[in-house]
Every structure is written in structure tokens, then in C-alpha cells.
Design a protein around this ligand. Structure first.
Ligand code: ATP
Ligand code: MG
Length: 260
């Protein structure tokens, strides 16, 4: 049985896609079979893994609307053990259909779509868009747990209450087993007092929900140029610059998740 983890935060640009792709690649490197689902019409996870529009005809949208089986839209990435389901800008159509539909279980379309491949992967990671709309609700509805990347900048914790509230509502309704896997501080800069403040706030409020490395330090993804560059080469940073601080942080995150 696979563990399904959604990477979510309705704030934009906080490191959701970066975390999905690099955690996925790190888990695959450790020999786990991983499927990344790009559930964002911006298609950044798809691009980050080196795919372009001509590489695929169908995408997650066709699974959500029920005209394709998930196995028909899975692509093999260049990385061993790492597969992905691409997205397309057409995915915004789901939002509209969702609002117009009175269909029962419309929050569980993704969960249903993933059912047939659940046993084939150790981990399924879902990258979600920067909104608390129907796609994110589907992504959370399908998940066993959620990782919340927090950008170590001003306003980092703004909107967090709303996200946590949404998660609690989902737990009480469509997805009782949903848990918070952890908060991941991202784009941390040691010279920046704001970064330090955000980390302090996080460790004050959510200490037991921060990931720990083997030295029992919090896992923090530093602001690292290699992390920012790697998507333009269609590679996770763990391939593009294996020894970079960013690659090391995501490898540590994978280890922490494997430890359970
Ligand atoms: N640790 C890091 N160091 C440097 N740059 C980073 C780091 N993490 C992410 N970035 C860059 O910051 C930008 C935003 O990251 P990313 O796309 O992962 O965020 P997101 O939450 O998925 O955004 P969106 O809400 O638009 O989907 C990207 O350009 C990414 O390359
Ligand atoms: Mg993204």
C-alpha cells in the first residue's frame, strides 16, 4: 500500500513544487517507487521533471473527469523509480465543473482516480496549486497526510490558520484519516533576521511537527541557487547538484520520512 502525501499551502511561491519534485526524487533514489501527481494547472512539477507539452497527450484532468484511467497518463521520468502524472492548463476547467456540479463525492475524484495504482507505489506525492479551491480539496481528500512548506519570509504564517481550518474540516467530513505530516521551512537564509523569526515562531507553535535530521536538528531547506536553477534543466536538484545544500536538505527530508 502506498502512502499518499499532498504538498499544500494556498500561499503562492512557498516551495510546494520544489518540495514535491525533490522529495520525490530523493525517495526514488532510496529505492522507493514514487509517483508524482502534478495537480496544478501551472504545470511546474511537470516542467521541473523535464517534460514538455509534446511529451504527453492526456493528463490528470482527463483522470479527474473520468475519461482516462490513471495508468494511461503515467509517464516514466528519467530517474529510476520515479513516475509522474502531468498536468495541463486545461485543469482549470475542473474548477468550473466542480462548482457547477452537484455530483456526490466531487471532492474525492482524485482519490478515486488514484485507486487503481495505489499498490504499485511506495509513495504518491501530490503537488497542489496556490489556492484552497476544488483541486486542493481533491488533493487533500486523496491524501493520508500533508506536508506544508513554509517560506521563511514575512507573512509566512499568514493564511496558515485558514489552511489548518480546512484540513480540520476535511478530517471531520470526507477524509478522517488525514494527518499533518509536518511543516517544512523553505528558502531559509541565515543572514536574514526574518528567516530566523519565522523558524522561531514555527518551533514555538509546531515543534513536534517539524522534521528532524539524524543529529536531531530541524530540517530546514536553505535558500540555495542550485535549487532555483535545477527546474530549468528539467532535473531535481538532487540530480543537478547532488552536493548542494538544497539537495542535502531534501535528502534529509526523505530519510526522515522513511524513518516514519
Ligand atoms: N530553497 C530554495 N532556494 C532558492 N530558490 C527556491 C527554493 N525553493 C524554491 N525556490 C524557487 O522559488 C520559486 C517558488 O518555488 P515553488 O515553485 O516550488 O513554489 P510553489 O509553492 O510551488 O509556487 P506556486 O504556489 O506558484 O505553485 C521557484 O522559482 C523556485 O525555483
Ligand atoms: Mg507550485
Amino acid at each position: 500500500m502506498s502512502e499518499i502525501i499532498t504538498i499544500a499551502n494556498q500561499k503562492g511561491g512557498v516551495g510546494k513544487t520544489t518540495t514535491t519534485v525533490n522529495l520525490g526524487a530523493s525517495l526514488a533514489k532510496k529505492g522507493k517507487k514514487v509517483l508524482i501527481i502534478d495537480a496544478d494547472p501551472q504545470t511546474n512539477a511537470t516542467t521541473s521533471l523535464g517534460f514538455n507539452r509534446n511529451d504527453y497527450e492526456y493528463n490528470i484532468y482527463h483522470v479527474l473527469i473520468g475519461i482516462k484511467k490513471i495508468s494511461d497518463v503515467i509517464l516514466k521520468s528519467k530517474i529510476k523509480n520515479l513516475d509522474m502524472v502531468p498536468a495541463n492548463i486545461g485543469l482549470v476547467g475542473v474548477e468550473k465543473e466542480f462548482y457547477n456540479s452537484r455530483k456526490k463525492n466531487r471532492e474525492l475524484l482524485l482519490k478515486k482516480g488514484l485507486e487503481p495504482v495505489k499498490d504499485k507505489y511506495d509513495y504518491i506525492l501530490i503537488d497542489s496549486p496556490p489556492a484552497l479551491g476544488p483541486i486542493t480539496i481533491n488533493a487533500l481528500g486523496a491524501a493520508d497526510s500533508v506536508i506544508i512548506p513554509i517560506q521563511c519570509e514575512f507573512f509566512a504564517l499568514e493564511g496558515l490558520a485558514q489552511l489548518l481550518n480546512t484540513i480540520n474540516l476535511l478530517k471531520k467530513s470526507i477524509n478522517p484519516k488525514l494527518t499533518i505530516k509536518g511543516f517544512l521551512p523553505t528558502m531559509y537564509s541565515g543572514q536574514n533576521n526574518l528567516s530566523k523569526q519565522v523558524l522561531e515562531d514555527l518551533s514555538h507553535h509546531f515543534k513536534d511537527k517539524l522534521f528532524m535530521d539524524k543529529k536531531n536538528d530541524f530540517i530546514i531547506v536553505p535558500r540555495n541557487i542550485k535549487v532555483a536553477e535545477s527546474p530549468s534543466f528539467g532535473q531535481p536538484v538532487t540530480e543537478y547538484a547532488k552536493k548542494s545544500k538544497g539537495a542535502i536538505a531534501y535528502t534529509d527530508l526523505a530519510k526522515s520520512i522513511l524513518k516514519g
